[in-house]
Write a new protein. Structure first.
Lengths: 397, 292, 95
């Protein structure tokens, strides 16, 4: 077993290389840039063979990826924040076209105001577009999940694009020990992409013609079924992954010490990995707490959450974004999943880490304590510096 | 029967949903006659996106993909990259977009495609407005033209797409006309042999949008060329060649009078248009060789 | 009259391909016409201009090269009559 110290961005690039992507179309944006720079290094030294399109915007990047996928080759791109937002109409396009594009997203806050730090608003905003969504909490997970994403996306019963998220700077630019799978093992797990609906002069057809009200709903239904199938297929694919690479990915809801827990926190990204340390410490102190890392946001793991609810008396959900709805997006979806659960725990939502605010172990402990004590409000903004009036903004901090 | 002067075989099916008398369909018909079956066409939002379907129909005998409005240039780059990776370099990639989808919303992606030297053909079929959405003005609408968003006539002049394209140093660019199918097909066949980004600008008169009876489409296309409003020329490897010398003494008024969208023009407007046309023609003649 | 390129009809989600990929024809367009072109063979010189300029690919040739209007597809735009040099195409009102 060989462990190398690489950043989350390098892990993305390495996974794309291992997956033998044929076309990469990408546009630079902080903090994604080292992904495309690493890919360029691989292309330059010959360790990767692909067509790289230096597109003039993220919107064009996604357009080129959809086209290349429609022509029948494996494609990859990466972006962040404004770039993902710029792609928005094409994210709908890709899922409707059933194009299994994989995109790495370095989660970064949305302007205004301008920010480069981590926040999930960019991809949470895209949860309605029909893309599968995975949130990684370590660089190993970034690499493994990109490879898994290609496999799942290209399954004939799924045929949906996928985005694999990593927190800006905490993962993208932080070096962690990662085991690199061998090319042969990846080739065995990820056979060549064959698109039976590709654009082919031998079998001409029209991809994407106007679809009337008599058929559009059925197409959408079929796409929704594809998303369901992804969740159904995931356990067997993860089992195959475990056999080939020796790592258990943990399913859509990766449970950590949740057996008999009085309070469980559900979180995505690096908040989850920090929370595991807090769980260990609090358990040592005698508190029955646990962590459920939400790895797969789309398709949303309803059954897994209902199963968790049987055991956990109190569930808190951390959103690293705020979406102006009744509450944070993940919290709202968890509540939706739990409404019809046989057992409904006490629930609370937390808004934390927005705009790159560090989510400290102390803050996480505070969240657990508020759960254990069943302390309101229903939605709590964590570590917020409250200013009663603009003139009170203290630049010294 | 007289000898056929363009290829016999059709790569466009009958039964598309175009308006009667649509020149854009003639443009596609001649383009595909020149390129043949090993062609993939990308079509953004435009009249052709509607004409080509609806699902599950296809008006073409070659593969076709609908792409988002802004993205023709990027889609074409993606297709080319995929085909090159698959080892089918002999399949021609074509982007077939309207004027709005090229000079306005699609300009960025076109510029990117040209700068990247994508090996593909881009055809802008120009009916001089957003016709698919009901005749709203575009950057390609000419000075003085009525549209639903320029009821008094457009005050600005038309964007010069050929100049924009040529600023990218492309190996081949040409204007073609549905009134001159032999010239059209010849240029397409020439372009097919050139590597790198190739561009065609075809003026496609539109009966409902330009306000004229449908049977005059080919006549209007010819008038545009013969009154020098739409000269036929090509720029092949940097060499400018005029394809057809128009007959002398044809005033733009002939062209303008045939269309309801110019009905409100004053004499001053017509003079201005004539001056503009003459200046541009003189510039062209100064830098181009006449037809052989 | 059955169309050579009929428009395929789908009636259930299970029939739809997962990808919106269509290979069917587009259906006949004869109903769009108000005027029908009629070839006056005695004036026709078989110059094939009508075939050349038909936007709807609705003119074909018989074995001797005489133009034949494909009425299934013709929309009655009148371009063929307009480009016909000897005036061998008449446009008649649809019945």
């Amino acid at each position: 077993m060989v462990l190398v110290p690489i950043s989350g961005n390098a892990a993305q690039a390495y996974a794309a290389r291992l997956a033998r992507v044929a076309v990469v179309a990408a546009y630079p944006i902080t903090p994604q840039t080292s992904i495309i720079e690493k890919i360029e290094e691989y292309l330059n030294d010959g360790t990767m063979k692909a067509q790289y399109l230096h597109v003039e915007s993220e919107h064009s990047a996604m357009a080129a990826c959809i086209a290349a996928s429609a022509a029948g080759v494996r494609t990859y791109t990466a972006s962040s924040s404004q770039g993902v937002a710029l792609m928005h109409e094409l994210l709908h396009w890709a899922s409707g076209a059933r194009a299994p594009v994989v995109m790495g997203v370095v989660n970064r806050a949305m302007a205004m105001p301008w920010s480069v730090w981590t926040d999930h608003a960019d991809t949470i905003s895209q949860r309605d577009t029909g893309w599968m969504q995975f949130y990684a909490a370590s660089n190993q997970e970034v690499l493994d999940t990109v490879i898994m994403a290609f496999r799942l996306a290209e399954e004939p019963e799924v045929l949906l694009p996928a985005m694999v998220m990593e927190d800006a700077f905490y993962l993208s630019h932080t070096v962690e020990a990662v085991e690199l799978p061998g090319q042969d093992a990846v080739d065995a797990f990820l056979p060549p992409f064959v698109n039976p609906w590709r654009l082919d002069v031998e079998r001409p057809g029209h991809l994407g013609g106007l679809m009337g009200p008599d058929l559009y709903m059925e197409h959408r239904y079929n796409t929704a079924r594809g998303m369901e199938r992804a969740l159904a297929l995931l356990p067997e694919l993860e089992e195959e992954f475990r056999r080939r690479f020796g790592r258990d990915l943990g399913g859509p809801l990766n449970l950590y010490r949740t057996e008999g827990a009085d309070a469980v926190l559900v979180a995505m990204g690096t908040i989850a990995s920090t929370a595991k340390d807090v769980v260990d410490r609090m358990r040592e102190e005698g508190h029955a707490v646990g962590l459920a890392q939400l790895r797969v946001f789309r398709p949303f793991p309803v059954e897994e959450l209902r199963e968790l609810a049987r055991d956990a008396a109190r569930i808190g959900v951390v959103d690293r974004s705020f979406t102006y709805g009744a509450a944070g997006a993940a919290f709202t979806e968890v509540c939706g999943a739990l409404y019809h659960a046989p057992v409904r725990p006490w629930v609370k939502g937390f808004i934390a880490g927005v705009g790159g605010r560090d989510v400290t172990p102390a803050a996480i402990e505070g969240m657990f304590r508020s759960l254990l004590e069943e302390r309101g409000p229903e939605v709590e903004w964590v570590d917020l510096r409250k200013y009663a009036h603009a003139t009170e903004v203290n630049v010294r901090g | 029967m007289a000898r056929l002067t363009i290829p016999r075989e059709e790569w466009m099916k009958p039964g598309h949903l175009a308006c009667p008398g649509c020149a854009a369909t003639l443009a596609m018909r001649y383009l595909l006659k020149g390129l043949g079956p090993r062609t993939i066409v990308a079509i953004p939002a435009c009249c052709w996106a509607v004409m080509s379907g609806p699902f599950p129909g296809s008006a073409l005998k070659v593969p076709m993909i609908d792409c988002a409005f802004e993205t023709t240039g990027a889609t074409v780059s993606g297709l080319r990259a995929a085909l090159d990776e698959q080892g089918t370099p002999d399949v021609t990639v074509v982007g077939f977009a309207g004027d709005g989808g090229t000079v306005d919303i699609g300009l960025q992606a076109l510029s990117g495609m040209l700068e990247r030297r994508t090996d593909a053909i881009y055809v802008m079929y120009d009916n001089e407005a957003y016709m698919n959405t009901g005749v709203q003005r575009s950057g390609a609408t000419p000075y003085g033209a009525w549209t639903t968003t320029t009821l008094g006539g457009k005050p600005e002049r038309k964007k010069d797409i050929m100049a924009i394209v040529l600023a990218h140093d492309v190996p081949y660019a040409a204007t073609v006309s549905v009134a001159f199918p032999e010239d059209f097909v010849r240029k397409v066949q020439r372009a097919r042999d050139v590597r790198g980004p190739r561009f065609f600008h075809v003026l496609t008169p539109c009966p409902p949008g330009w306000r004229y009876p449908s049977e005059r489409t080919v006549e209007l296309a010819r008038l545009a060329v013969d009154t020098k409003v739409f000269p036929l020329y090509e720029v092949d490897g940097g060499t400018w060649k005029i394809s057809r010398m128009p007959p002398k003494g044809r005033s733009v008024r002939e062209y303008l009078d045939a269309q309801g969208r110019f009905r409100h023009l004053t004499d001053e407007d017509v003079v201005r248009i004539q001056e503009d046309v003459d200046t541009r023609w003189e510039d062209l003649v100064a830098r181009a060789t006449p037809p052989s | 009259m059955t169309s050579r390129w009929p428009l395929r009809r789908y009636t259930a989600a299970s029939q739809l391909p997962p990808v919106p990929f269509g290979t069917s024809g587009t259906g006949a367009k004869a109903s769009w016409r108000t005027l029908t072109p009629v070839i006056l063979l005695e004036k026709c010189t078989r110059c094939n201009q009508c075939w050349k300029f038909c936007p709807d690919v609705a003119i074909d040739f018989d074995r001797e090269g005489w133009p034949v209007i494909q009425h299934e597809w013709c929309k009655g735009c009148g371009i063929c009559a307009a480009v016909c040099v000897p005036g061998a195409i008449a446009l008649e009102r649809e019945g």
